[in-house]
Design a protein around this ligand. Structure first.
Ligand SMILES: *[C@@H]1O[C@H](CO)[C@@H](O)[C@H](O)[C@H]1NC(C)=O
Ligand SMILES: *[C@@H]1O[C@H](CO)[C@@H](O)[C@H](O)[C@H]1NC(C)=O
Length: 471
């Protein structure tokens, strides 16, 4: 009781000071103060004045003999920046023996169970720019329905991926590495075990298992659509690796902590062994197939991670979200970032799935970028090594795009993010037949629009355009 009174008095002072200009308390978010009033402690993210942008720019201006060397150099530079700007805060955290994690990819620190006293002390450090509560992403994907059939679903056929494999000069993604980021993967499943890259292939920031696990099922559903064999996946020739950014709290929903997805962001840029040892940046994947979103709308919490990936030419693909029934302006982060290919969901008829999030973004840009199949799509499931089911949601649209990008990169590994986006967008199908209006765009008349983006992807047409261009 006494402690609680003290805390309230203390917070009263903090809140008062927050209203007066140029005090250290302006760095502490009001919503964090509210959590502290209720719980007495919170998991917090500390940001610093020193940003990573100038390092990304300067590394981009240097020529390297390999991508691995470029990323190694980038990581060293980011680690040095982080070490310098975080020094004072880390010494405070160590003296309090708190649990915390320092991140070099975005120069942040995430502290577990921080007290108001500790937060107050950290806010006084000049280099600290902001202290806010750690984000915990929560979503509830549609529950897959079981099916006995083992052959591929309609999605691969709809986007004509099967035709792209057989083009003269075509391919099935061979030589490209896709990193999935979600609830994990059942890596022993018959349809994907053959193309798992087991070396530097898995990282689980939650429980640090040696081999992949899927705590929920959603991650396995999604990955099957990227690299599954027997017609299940779009790019069965590609290899996959995975980082478990998300957890299942036990109720069938998915939660992804900011600490876990940031750990995954670092691991993707420069993979380590399962135990965080022996980093080898040459093992970085070409593509990230993310199956989470809901970081709110216009939330830039993951922007520095995506920007760092871009220096390494890692192509990020994320769902725009399943909030379409809320109407326009329902695209979520990081799928709504400019530097991410944000994907919406279509049905077999090419009608947009009602729950597929609609643009525009909070700052008025058109999203999604493209749409892809994601309703009753046959894929693999985690119940056994021979289990199949039908899944749905924009998290299932993403792997169709990831597989298509794998084919483009297999044809030309030098393609940049912008070139890939153009190939997907300029070769998408547009006879989709749904009329809807969002943000001043009409979904049958205006391309791009805030329902389908530039249209539903077509892997054959995109790969054909690339092949013809290089003849
Ligand atoms: C933080 O507090 C919660 C609830 O009291 C506890 O379960 C958890 O273990 C703590 N975490 C750390 C890292 O200390
Ligand atoms: C969109 O454009 C079509 C074709 O011009 C038109 O028939 C339709 O009424 C428009 N829909 C909306 C919602 O504006």
């Amino acid at each position: 009781m006494f402690k609680k009174l003290l805390l309230i008095t203390f917070l009263g002072v903090v809140l008062n000071e927050a209203l007066t200009p140029s005090t250290t308390n302006q760095k502490i978010h009001v919503s964090l103060l509210e959590t502290l009033i209720n719980d007495g402690k919170a998991n917090v993210v500390i940001s610093f004045n020193e940003e990573t942008r100038h390092i990304l720019d300067s590394v981009n201006r240097i020529r390297f003999d390999s991508r691995g060397h470029k990323i190694t150099f980038l990581k060293t530079q980011l680690e040095q920046l982080t070490k310098d700007s975080q020094r004072s805060v880390i010494s405070i955290l160590k003296s309090h023996s708190t649990t915390f994690q320092s991140f070099w990819i975005n120069n942040r620190i995430i502290v577990k169970n921080a007290s108001i006293e500790l937060i107050q002390q950290i806010a006084q450090i000049a280099d600290v720019s902001e202290i806010r509560e750690e984000l915990v992403i929560r979503h509830q994907p549609p529950i897959p329905t079981r099916t006995k059939q083992e052959e591929g679903g309609w999605g691969v056929v709809k986007i004509e991926a099967d035709q792209a494999w057989n083009l003269v000069g075509g391919n099935n993604g061979y030589g490209v590495v896709v990193a999935s980021m979600g609830t994990g993967v059942r890596y022993t499943h018959e349809a994907i075990r053959g193309n798992y890259r087991s070396s530097y292939g898995w990282f689980d920031p939650y429980t640090r298992t040696r081999n992949p696990i899927d705590v929920h099922g959603h991650g396995t559903n999604a990955l099957g659509l990227v690299t599954g064999i027997n017609g299940i996946g779009v790019a069965p020739g590609a290899q996959w690796i995975s980082c478990r950014g998300c957890d299942d709290p036990g109720d069938g929903s998915i939660t992804c902590t900011e600490a876990a997805v940031t750990s995954c962001g670092e691991w993707v840029l420069c993979p380590t062994l399962w135990n965080t040892q022996q980093p080898d940046c040459s093992q970085a994947p070409n593509i990230v197939s993310g199956s989470w979103n809901e970081g709110g709308r216009g939330n830039d919490f993951y922007a520095d991670v995506v920007d760092a990936w871009k220096v390494a030419n890692i192509i990020p693909i994320f769902p725009v979200g399943d909030f379409g029934t809320a109407g326009c302006f329902s695209v979520h982060s990081p799928g709504d970032y400019e530097g991410v290919i944000g994907v919406g969901a279509t049905a077999q008829s090419d009608a947009i799935v009602p729950s597929s999030s609609r643009g525009p973004t909070l700052d008025g840009r058109i999203k999604p970028d493209v749409a892809a199949p994601a309703l009753n799509i046959r894929t693999i499931c985690k119940e056994s090594d021979t289990a199949y089911c039908n899944a749905a949601g924009t998290g299932m649209a993403v792997p169709h795009v990831a597989g298509t990008v794998a084919m483009l990169l297999a044809r030309d590994p030098e393609l940049t993010f912008d070139q890939i986006k153009d190939l997907l967008q300029n070769n998408a199908d547009r006879e989709l037949g749904e009329t809807e209006s969002c943000g001043g765009t009409n979904s049958t008349q205006d391309w791009p629009n805030n329902v389908y983006g530039y249209g539903r992807i077509n892997a054959r047409r995109a790969l054909t355009a690339l092949i013809n261009d290089s003849l």
